[in-house]
Design a protein around this ligand. Structure first.
Ligand SMILES: NC(=O)c1ccc[n+]([C@@H]2O[C@H](COP(=O)([O-])OP(=O)(O)OC[C@H]3O[C@@H](n4cnc5c(N)ncnc54)[C@H](O)[C@@H]3O)[C@@H](O)[C@H]2O)c1
Ligand SMILES: CC(C)[C@H](C(=O)O)[C@@H](O)C(=O)O
Ligand SMILES: [Mg+2]
Length: 354
């Protein structure tokens, strides 16, 4: 069980260190996890001149799973033309064809007071955003900035072919079968041809899963409905860009973006596991970031890549035990709770497991 550990930039190394701390419990118990670290993002660019060095890509390709922190932390202006922050992660996702991005949104009962929404609105919340991760505006051609009659024009292309839509649709329906059998497909089929195709393929695939209810929402209405009636949702399947935006929005239902883990899967069991948040330069280096998204991503890794569901359940229970004891990082702190730092949260989850 070889794990490529790519902590990246900003709070990435701080939160990944806590996930590794927690995984160490299982190593001590004899689980054959092997870790190899690689550089990615701004730190890789600073040290090697490229945000995704060849050695890191090789490591990611060869490992059974990838535990990723966050990338960013370098300035747009210092990047060579054509290189954007986010490129290294996008390359790994795309080249390894990790097209199915699971972003579970679960309101821990201990944290219902940390959300800006009323407790009655989110009590029992358990939905998953299934974000298509290797297509859409992120990768469509043509793209770029060029001059037209002396005027600069920026172009990106929303592109999906029917095979890409079909495979994520199957994942959505199969996932719904393990849950409450409801799929909500989010698109913009009233305006965009790409999304018209998206909707028709979802309908076509949906006919193979007559035991699963399929509904469609436009992205604007979905953004609203997610706040108005979050408990309505089970599996939300959507494209790359809409999924990116909806998941940050949904994170606030749980109290903080520091609570949202993710798993990006392809056809097999190899996956990339990362918190949904970024490198958070505003809080980096202060030991105040919430490491629970990273710790919960490690739990997803044990379950989805290594079939170690009991170990994953134990991590999730340990997180709940620590929250139940009143410990909180700053982002989820409420009056009457005990505010602690990143490393201490990792220590407490470790202790709750041991
Ligand atoms: N997967 C990734 O690597 C990833 C994801 C998103 C953004 N980014 C990059 O990160 C950089 C910053 O982006 P951004 O500010 O838009 O998004 P961000 O997710 O880094 O931060 C958004 C806000 O959430 C807070 N936050 C994020 N994670 C937190 C945590 N674990 N605990 C407590 N608070 C947390 C931050 O302090 C900030 O206020 C950019 O360079 C962006 O490209 C990387
Ligand atoms: C860093 C960026 C490329 C990335 C994305 O847009 O996919 C991030 O926002 C995410 O949600 O994983
Ligand atoms: Mg995002």
């Amino acid at each position: 069980m070889k794990i490529a550990v790519l902590p990246g930039d900003g709070i990435g190394p701080e939160v990944t260190a806590q996930a590794l701390k927690v995984l160490d419990v299982f190593v001590r118990e004899g689980m054959p996890l092997e870790f190899e670290q690689g550089l990615i993002g701004g730190c890789a660019y600073d040290q090697t001149g490229h945000p995704l060095p060849e050695a890191t890509f090789k490591l990611a390709k060869e490992a059974d799973a990838i535990l990723f922190g966050a990338e960013g932390g370098f300035q747009y202006e210092t990047l060579p033309r054509g290189l954007r922050p986010g490129d290294a992660l996008l390359t790994v996702r795309r080249e390894l064809q990790l097209f199915a991005n699971f972003r579970p949104v679960v309101a821990f009962p201990e944290l219902v007071g940390a959300s800006p929404l009323k407790a009655s609105h989110i009590d029992g919340l358990d939905l998953v955003i299934l974000r298509e991760l290797t297509g859409d505006l992120y990768f469509g051609e043509p793209r770029g900035v060029h001059a037209e009659n002396g005027v600069q024009v920026g172009i990106n292309t929303m592109r999906y072919d029917e095979r890409e839509i079909r495979r994520i649709a199957h994942v959505a329906f199969r996932t719904a079968r393990t849950r409450r059998r409801r799929v909500c497909s989010v698109d913009k089929a009233n305006v965009l041809e790409t999304m018209e195709l998206w909707r028709s393929i979802l309908e076509e695939v949906g006919r193979e899963y007559s035991d699963v209810t399929l509904e469609h929402l436009y992205i604007d209405a979905a953004a609203m409905a997610l706040l108005r009636s979050p408990l309505h949702f089970d599996v939300i399947v959507t494209g790359n860009l809409f999924g990116d935006i909806l998941s940050d929005e949904a994170s606030m239902l749980t109290g903080s973006i520091g609570m949202l883990p993710s798993a990006s899967m392809g056809e097999g069991t190899k996956g990339l596991y990362e918190p949904v948040h970024g490198c958070a330069p505003d809080i980096a280096g202060q030991d105040i970031a919430n490491p629970l998204a990273s710790i919960l991503s490690a739990a997803m890794m044990l379950r989805m890549s290594f079939g170690e569901s009991a170990a994953a359940d134990r991590i999730e229970r340990a997180v709940r035990r620590v929250l139940g004891s009143g410990y909180r990082t700053a982002d989820i702190a409420e009056p009457g709770t005990k505010q602690i730092g990143t490393a201490q949260m990792g220590d407490l989850v470790f202790a709750a497991l041991s």
